[in-house]
Write a protein that binds this ligand. Structure first.
Ligand code: DON
Length: 602
């Protein structure tokens, strides 16, 4: 049974309650005069000429037969070639996941995990959880010292930071159920890229050069991902250098020949377990053999004339996205205008409450009872909104996870693919931090994840994204750590409309939320929405971070006068890869100009 919710606009309870007393923003200028929409293309107007709300002027890629948007041009090219060879969206997605493991080692992976949301062209939706699991020997307090203090860094770098990888099993499962081409065909492009090499982009080169010291310290005597064959090499990589990965090619060939067993048993499993022994990690051959991804019922939630298909726990992303959309659904965001003070204020207040709920209620549903349906229900959301005030920012210290009767208190890279038939895949996959734990499996040539840091390693202690958790996300053997990844597909009037997702740790869900609203509330094209500057609030710390230019000076002044703490970022938010189906049925592929992301279609 899917978690299916009745159309929200039919549930007037919450909407009316909010509309009656709280939709009247005290100050926002009606933005009708500010927003001009011609043929669905959004044009930003503001009296402040210095504001440019788009990161770049990139335009989307158009195609009628298929579209792939991913973090790396080589991987998008692989996906496109698979589609052109007669593969469907799942074939292309599997090929892209393996290609990213070669060309995008910072996040693409076989040593990590992820989530897939799939909608077939008949409208049936599926989700696959191939998230990593804690090793069998993991314990709740494994990262604490004898006084109960967090031992810094242990869950982030080195062998102890890794969960049991899920990506290979996930791809095997997805392909077994929906693939059309052979397994050998979808693996071959990644094998070719690893054995023949590919030219590094400038960003690839910078990324690998930056981790030289860690590579040498964490992997003494190994030469993986270093420019020369000297283990202590400190030479930097440059754009255009060829990265050849011979051991990874052999690992991929074992996976190609033996499927699941090529990774979870035999040579690869032995090499992985030996590496763990060498570095005092916990993962054993038995952990590997016992790893299985899980088909879960996706979250299906109506929003106006759209239907949101998104990831249920073990990711918190889907529930959070639906909560945020529903909190702000009753408000006239379009009328107020994109990133106007009132629009931003209600969105921040939604985000604040959603992250508090995440910390309290969410964890691996195979271990804790997650009250998913209640968390997204209008009755519950109404109780969470009673302390909202236009006059003043809610104090995060006063916001705790809500109360659900009967609930016992327990406590990245994204790519989107659509094929000719309209089958759509939305996948977010990760090692967690860039290049994961930075451990490379000797003899097998791939990075391991540092996903254990996504557990709440101590109640109330923030992880590397500042996220706080409790018992629901405590470490236990074989448990999956809570994620924020939000691969999502939207239907409009029952038809495929949008495929969306991004990396970004704790900022994933708020970036996905804004990217969807930019299109469906503010009339942006898919690419404009990706280009649009973003902001983020996650309950704690109690501040709103924003990309330079996301807010006009008026919005900043008004929000500050109401007690909001705003912090302009020097870096960026989100790396979205999305596909939109236009009214004429063609696809708009949108890739994030903030990095090497590329859309390819035909
Ligand atoms: O699953 C999660 O929520 C995190 N491990 C995602 C990490 C991530 O997005 C890193 N990218 N910026």
């Amino acid at each position: 049974m899917s978690i299916r919710l009745v159309p929200y606009y039919c549930l007037l309870g919450f909407a009316l309650a909010v509309a009656s007393c709280k939709t009247q923003s005290p100050t926002t200028t009606t933005a009708d005069t500010k927003v001009k929409q011609s043929q669905g293309v959004y044009q930003y107007r503001d009296e402040d000429p210095t504001i440019k709300p788009f990161f770049s002027d990139r335009v989307g890629v158009t195609g009628r037969n298929g579209m792939v948007a991913s973090a790396h041009p080589e991987a998008s090219q692989v996906g496109l070639a698979i589609l052109k060879a007669g593969g469907n969206a799942v074939d292309a997605a599997v090929a892209v996941q393996f290609a990213l493991a070669v060309v995008y080692p910072g996040a693409g992976n076989i040593g990590g995990g992820g989530f897939m949301v799939y909608r077939d062209n008949a409208g049936k939706a599926y989700s696959l959880d191939y998230r990593e699991k804690a090793p069998g020997r993991a314990t709740q307090n494994m990262y604490l010292d004898s006084l109960g203090n967090v031992r810094p860094g242990l869950s982030i770098s080195g062998h102890l930071a890794s969960g049991v990888p899920g990506s290979v099993d996930g791809m095997v499962e997805a392909h077994k159920r929906f693939g059309k081409l052979t397994w050998a065909q979808v693996l071959q492009p990644a094998i070719d890229l690893a054995s023949k090499g590919f030219p590094l982009t400038e960003r690839d080169a910078l990324g690998l050069s930056r981790i030289k010291t860690d590579l040498n310290t964490i992997n003494p005597g190994k030469v993986y991902f270093l420019k020369s064959a000297v283990p202590t090499d400190t030479v930097s990589w440059h754009k255009g250098d060829l990265l050849i990965q011979t051991d990874l090619a052999k690992t991929l060939q074992r996976i190609q020949a033996q499927g699941r067993a090529g990774f979870y048993e035999g040579e690869t499993a032995r090499l992985l377990a030996e590496e763990m022994v060498r570095g005092k990690g916990l993962i054993t051959e038995e952990d590997l053999k016992n790893y299985h991804s899980i088909w879960r019922d996706p979250i299906l939630a109506a929003y106006k004339n759209y239907n949101v298909i998104t990831m249920p726990p073990t990711s918190s992303g889907g529930i959070a996205l639906v909560q945020m959309m529903r909190f702000t659904e009753p408000y006239p965001l379009r009328k107020w205008g994109w990133n106007r003070d009132s629009t931003v204020q209600v969105m921040i207040e939604a985000e604040r409450r959603v992250y508090a709920d995440r910390a309290k209620f969410l964890g691996d549903p195979d271990f804790v009872k997650v009250p998913a349906t209640q968390l997204m229900s209008p009755e519950y959301l109404r109780t969470r909104w009673t302390d909202f005030s236009w006059a003043k920012a809610t104090d995060s210290r006063a916001v705790r996870g809500g109360t659900i009767p009967g609930y016992e208190s327990l406590e990245t890279t994204h790519f989107s693919v659509v094929d000719k038939e309209g089958n759509a895949v939305s996948i977010t996959t990760t090692l967690n931090g860039g290049y994961g734990s930075r451990v490379v499996i000797g003899g097998a040539g791939f990075f391991m994840n540092n996903e254990m840091d996504d557990f709440s390693i101590k109640p109330g202690s923030p992880n590397m994204y500042g996220l706080i958790g409790n018992q629901a996300n405590a470490i236990a053997p074989h448990k999956r750590m809570l994620s924020s990844m939000t691969p999502t597909i939207l239907e409009k009037d029952g038809k495929l409309f949008m495929v969306v997702g991004t990396p970004g740790g704790s900022t994933i869900m708020t970036s996905v939320y804004q990217t969807i609203l930019n299109v469906i509330e503010h009339g942006m094209t898919m690419q404009q929405s990706v280009n649009a500057l973003k902001f983020h609030h996650q309950w704690l710390p109690d501040k709103t971070i924003f990309e330079n230019g996301a807010f006009s000076s008026t919005t900043i002044e008004t929000l500050k006068s109401r007690g909001y703490i705003l912090e302009q970022l020097s870096n960026t938010l989100g790396r979205m890869d999305c596909v939109l189906v236009r009214p004429d049925g063609s696809y708009e592929g949108a890739s994030d100009p903030r990095a090497d992301n590329t859309a390819r279609g035909y």
